[in-house]
Design a protein around this ligand. Structure first.
Ligand SMILES: [Zn+2]
Length: 310
């Protein structure tokens, strides 16, 4: 996104107070935040760290004399955002980048002013606990700026969330269509892969009448059918699947009913609890944990020379 080129209406005489970190008298340009705080900086810094300012300074500038007061370029950012941005590009200590309310406006401004430095600093901090603690917003930010490796990491962190929960709707609405579909596909694939796996050996076939392997009498495996349903519903609400193994298979009433079920004729236990729990655990461990990686770039086509070429 390109910011509009500044016009003369943005340039005015200073009216507010200088920010304490940006008040040095040798600065040759004054930026004014939306809330009226002034930042005196070096145009050289802006030109070398921002494509937008580089373009702006390539336009003919008004001539200024040493005894004239500096003009102020007012920008759309508030003083907190402008301070964060300027701290990074001026090589001062970076601000506390520990919430989305702080990083999102800085990223937005850095994108607008074409400043790769602040973007790379924030990108490097995405895996820190304060930002990881809201994985859906992390996913939204990483997708917004095309940081696919970080988006994969964020998608893994969303597996504890129920995407269908109304509280996530505002964040999901900010996602692009591809990002949204990729995330839903990951969550659904985990649930559906496990669901299909529970119909295959060594799990019992509950689709019709089956005979007891010990006495041959007809056995009804409805307790397994009910437990499978509960497992799938749990994966739907929390695709990570950790709660299926514990407490689920240990404590759910449907699980207890399975583990105590017996053949009515010969009293043999119908299900092997240890084996069932182990195989379900292994299956969950093998499910995909992130959105798909980006496809490799297509190789440059090799154009064959024609025989007539030298
Ligand atoms: Zn039996």
């Amino acid at each position: 996104m390109q910011a509009d080129q500044p016009d003369s209406s943005n340039i005015a005489q200073p009216r507010g107070e200088y920010h304490t970190l940006f008040s040095s008298s040798d600065g040759d340009v004054v930026l004014g935040s939306k809330d009226g705080v002034l930042f005196r900086v070096h145009s050289y810094t802006l030109k070398t760290t921002s494509g937008w300012f580089r373009s702006m300074y390539s336009l003919p500038q008004r001539s200024s004399s040493p005894d004239q007061p500096l003009e102020t370029l007012f920008v759309d950012e508030d003083s907190t955002t402008l301070e964060g941005l300027l701290r990074i590009v001026c090589g001062l200590g970076i601000p506390k980048l520990d919430s989305y309310d702080v990083i999102e406006p800085i990223l937005h401004a850095a994108e607008k002013y074409d400043m790769p430095g602040p973007m790379s600093v924030i990108r490097a901090l995405l895996a820190t606990p304060p930002l990881l603690s809201d994985p859906l917003r992390l996913y939204a930010v990483t997708c917004r700026y095309g940081w696919h490796d970080e988006a994969m990491m964020a998608s893994r962190e969303t597996l504890t969330l129920n995407l269908h929960s109304p509280e996530h709707r505002p964040t999901l609405q900010k996602l692009g269509t591809d990002a949204l579909l990729n995330l839903f596909a990951l969550h659904r694939t985990r649930r559906e892969t496990l669901r299909h796996r529970l119909d295959d050996p060594p799990f019992v076939n509950d689709s019709g009448d089956t005979s007891c392997s010990n006495c041959g009498s007809i056995v009804d495996y409805h307790t397994w059918r009910e437990l499978k349903y509960v497992v799938v519903m749990e994966m739907d609400g929390r695709p990570l699947g950790d709660t299926v193994c514990n407490p689920g298979l240990l404590e759910w009433p449907a699980a207890r009913a399975c583990w105590s079920a017996k053949c009515l004729n010969c009293d043999r236990m119908l299900y092997d609890k240890t084996l069932t729990m182990r195989v379900i655990h292994e299956c969950i461990d093998q499910l995909p944990t992130t959105i798909e990686p980006l496809p490799p770039p297509y190789p440059t086509p090799i154009i064959a020379r024609s025989a007539t070429e030298p």
